[in-house]
Structures are given as structure tokens and as C-alpha cells.
Design a protein around this ligand. Structure first.
Ligand SMILES: Nc1ncnc2c1ncn2[C@@H]1O[C@H](COP(=O)(O)OP(=O)(O)OP(=O)(O)O)[C@@H](O)[C@H]1O
Ligand SMILES: [Mg+2]
Length: 229
């Protein structure tokens, strides 16, 4: 099923899809625990867990202003880092337009979040073990024609409630805030938001616009990660 962006031609869509297929998410926190990057993820984890004690945040979305700024890379490595500390973590691919987490973990994506939200599958039948201890995965499932409606549905609200009772931390990888409304829709239903900005790519105005937007929509901005510095 195709998911065109507004005004996008079929050729542009196919180019975008093939670029997405070539993308690689580096699971560096799993493959090289001793490197500087893994250490930096541990620092983020420490800061995050100390804020968790104060505000009891369990369901967290990872987002950014634009595309290719490192949302998925951050979500995956942050999830692994939390699981390595013994936290029970669920990582959800809520980017129903350009899902990528199943590639990172070399998994099928024939079932996942979109099936659960459409009412075709039970949540408990859709969650995979990631292969990393304490880290479970809910992939996006087939790309739906109505992602924003599914993410804003009552079923999504119930799903968030259920998983927050089953896991210590639930992380949602999402699409860019300034491109589609999906992240804003989920942000309103979750406990907190981590904003990723990419050094040398994200413009100051974009970061400020997203921050203001999140504040005005009463989303709880926990912090910002500067990626690739
Ligand atoms: N810190 C980094 N160092 C090197 N490469 C990185 C870094 N962060 C991300 N990348 C690379 O940049 C590309 C985009 O990263 P990623 O897919 O995580 O971004 P995204 O914000 O999730 O993109 P999208 O908007 O398409 O969902 C990927 O190929 C990824 O491997
Ligand atoms: Mg992504």
C-alpha cells in the first residue's frame, strides 16, 4: 500500500522508499558497549532516569523537527541502553509512514502496530522479542492509508495505557513534527517527549518552533538531544 505525501509524484515516492530501504540504523550500544557513543547514551539514560523519578514518565516519544535527524537511531540506541540497565523496555515503531525499526532488528514487518490499531490483531500477538534482553519490539506493521487517524484513535489510547502498565519504559519512534501531525497526536497521549536535533542540519528556527508547539500543546518536553555533534 502506498503512502503519498501531499503533492508527491509516484516517482518521488518510489525514490523516497528506496532511500529508506538503503538507510541503516547503527545499533552501536549493542555492538560496542565500550565506545564513546555508547557512553554518551548512558549519560542520556542517567539524566532521563533521574527525571523519571520526579515525574513518573513511562511513555516517551522520540521526535525531531525534520526528516533524517536521527530519531530512529536515538530511539533504538536509547532503548538498548535502558534495557542494558535492566529496565523492561518496549520500543514501538509509530512512524507508520516510513517505518524502519524492523530493518534495524532484521525482522519481518507483516504484523505490527497498524494491525493492532485497525482491530485486526491483539497487542499480545504483535510484540516481538528483540534479541536483546529486556527489550521488546512492536514494529509498525503494514503501512496504512490513514496513519494520523489510527494514532489518534481510542484504541491507541488504550494501547498506551496497557503497555505503560507492562513495561518500565515505552519509547515511540515517530515521524518529524514539522512534516506531519502524527508525532503531535501521540505526544498528547504520552508522558513525555524527547526532542532530537541534528547538529549542522536542524535549523534553530525549526527547533524553536517545535519547542513552542510542544509547550502550547501541553506536551511534556523532557529534554533535547543534539545528534551527530
Ligand atoms: N549520530 C550519527 N552519526 C552518524 N550517522 C547517523 C547519526 N544519526 C543518524 N545517522 C544516520 O542518518 C540517517 C538518518 O537517521 P535516522 O533514520 O535515525 O533519522 P530519522 O530522523 O529517524 O529519519 P526519518 O525522518 O526518515 O524517520 C541514517 O542513515 C542513520 O544511520
Ligand atoms: Mg526515523
Amino acid at each position: 500500500m502506498y503512502n503519498y505525501k501531499q503533492g508527491e509524484s509516484r516517482l518521488a515516492l518510489l525514490n523516497r522508499k528506496s532511500l529508506q530501504l538503503k538507510k541503516k540504523i547503527n545499533l552501536i550500544t549493542a555492538t560496542n558497549q565500550n565506545c564513546k557513543i555508547s557512553e554518551q547514551y548512558r549519560t542520556i539514560r542517567t539524566n532521563f532516569l533521574s527525571s523519571l523519578n520526579c515525574i513518573n514518565s513511562r511513555t516517551i516519544i522520540i521526535t525531531s523537527p525534520g526528516h533524517d535527524e536521527g530519531k530512529s537511531t536515538t530511539a533504538v540506541n536509547f532503548a538498548i541502553s535502558l534495557a542494558q540497565q535492566g529496565k523492561k523496555v518496549l520500543l514501538i515503531d509509530a512512524d507508520l509512514r516510513n517505518p524502519i525499526l524492523h530493518y534495524s532488528f532484521k525482522m519481518e514487518n507483516s504484523i505490527g502496530l497498524s494491525n493492532v490499531l485497525s482491530g485486526n490483531l491483539l497487542l499480545e500477538d504483535s510484540i516481538y522479542r528483540s534479541g536483546i534482553r529486556d527489550l521488546d519490539l512492536l514494529t509498525s506493521g503494514p503501512i496504512p492509508f490513514n496513519p494520523a487517524e489510527l494514532l489518534g484513535s481510542e484504541v491507541m489510547g488504550k494501547l498506551i495505557e496497557t503497555v505503560s502498565g507492562q513495561y518500565d519504559v515505552v519509547l515511540f519512534d515517530t515521524p518529524p513534527v514539522l512534516e506531519v501531525s502524527d508525532a503531535k497526536i501521540i505526544a498528547n497521549q504520552c508522558d513525555g517527549v524527547i526532542l532530537v536535533v541534528r547538529y549542522g542540519k536542524t535549523k534553530n528556527e525549526q527547533a524553536i518552533e517545535v519547542k513552542k508547539f510542544l509547550e502550547s500543546s501541553k506536551a511534556n518536553l523532557l529534554g533535547t538531544i543534539i545528534n551527530n555533534k
